[in-house]
Write a protein that binds this ligand. Sequence first.
Ligand SMILES: NC(=O)c1ccc[n+]([C@@H]2O[C@H](COP(=O)([O-])OP(=O)(O)OC[C@H]3O[C@@H](n4cnc5c(N)ncnc54)[C@H](O)[C@@H]3O)[C@@H](O)[C@H]2O)c1
Ligand SMILES: [Zn+2]
Ligand SMILES: [Zn+2]
Length: 345
Amino acid sequence: MKAFVYRGPGRSGVEDRPRPEIEGPGDAIVKMVKTTLCGTDLHILKGDVATCAPGRILGHEGIGTIAALGPAVSTFHEGDRVLISCISSCGTCGYCRRGMYSHCTTGGWILGNEIDGTQAEYVRIPHAETSLYPIPKGADEEAMVMLSDILPTGFECGVLNGKVAPGARLAIVGAGPIGLAALLTAQLYSPAEIIMIDLDDNRLAMARTFGATQTVNSTDGKAAAAVKALTGGLGVDTAIEAVGIGATFQLCQDIVSPGGVIANIGVHGEKVDLHLEKLWSQNITITTRLVDAVTTPMLLKTMQSGKIDPTRLITHHFTFDHILDAYETFANAARTKALKVIITA
Ligand SMILES: NC(=O)c1ccc[n+]([C@@H]2O[C@H](COP(=O)([O-])OP(=O)(O)OC[C@H]3O[C@@H](n4cnc5c(N)ncnc54)[C@H](O)[C@@H]3O)[C@@H](O)[C@H]2O)c1
Ligand SMILES: [Zn+2]
Ligand SMILES: [Zn+2]
């Protein structure tokens, strides 16, 4: 089968690989129907993600059809249409029992990282019963792809950890797919202000159509002053970091108001400064989280009811034969205006 493979920092390509087979009783083999690319895949390609070894098939998102099942899987059947969670969870270990699937002792974020992923014709999903979701009849399958990772990530790591509340002032640094997913799901809690910050005017314009009340282009290095000006000098109750670099984590430290929360989402490849000499007295909370994808069923229902429409994040379509073009388009988003790209088998 054809698969997109990480070969080491700056090197990748499409290779012929053997089809995956059932290895454990709880496994499923899924024939991929639609997948997508994530900002985290770009981090891996740069060499930022130490757990992902050269030779790995990338991809942790998508939907497909069950092609084979291990003997312990009883809730799915061959031919079922399923949503693949980016997080594999056994459902029974101590972390899973606490709803922290991201740290499942035999799962977590392994797909397209520690085991081969979804950017291929077939993928093996361990712990299939608790890591796959049935796709409801009539559901928009491209919208479902947004549920594998970006919607739960923006919601859990950004909105829930950031304690977004009615009337709150919220800033989201980074208007990529993850920042925009946080923007979409933050509105379930009716914050008063949502200030979106990015370097890219196209993404900021998009953010306005998605419900941002204010946008700030931070190219001039004066975003902190702009946010202070927009909030009567107070700063924000919640600052969501959705980029993954030191400069944007710094900006969050500069704009969080006393008692506020900095909710980090970004995957950081390098060490970052924490200014406790300024923040020690500010009663703030800093949170980090690897998405647990524990809100996937709730978000699915919210999506089905029309309360959130993630298809607005999809800008481009490719067939799997053109996955290299898809990467090229996705990696040059400022020029191509790409957000999420759908790759169909
Ligand atoms: N915590 C988790 O579980 C989890 C899960 C998925 C993704 N992530 C991470 O979330 C982050 C965002 O993902 P994405 O797919 O939206 O990435 P992306 O690269 O598409 O978007 C990042 C955005 O940040 C903007 N940006 C870059 N530098 C900036 C700066 N100095 N100031 C302001 N804006 C700046 C870019 O213009 C871009 O719009 C990534 O680091 C990704 O790895 C984390
Ligand atoms: Zn991802
Ligand atoms: Zn577990």
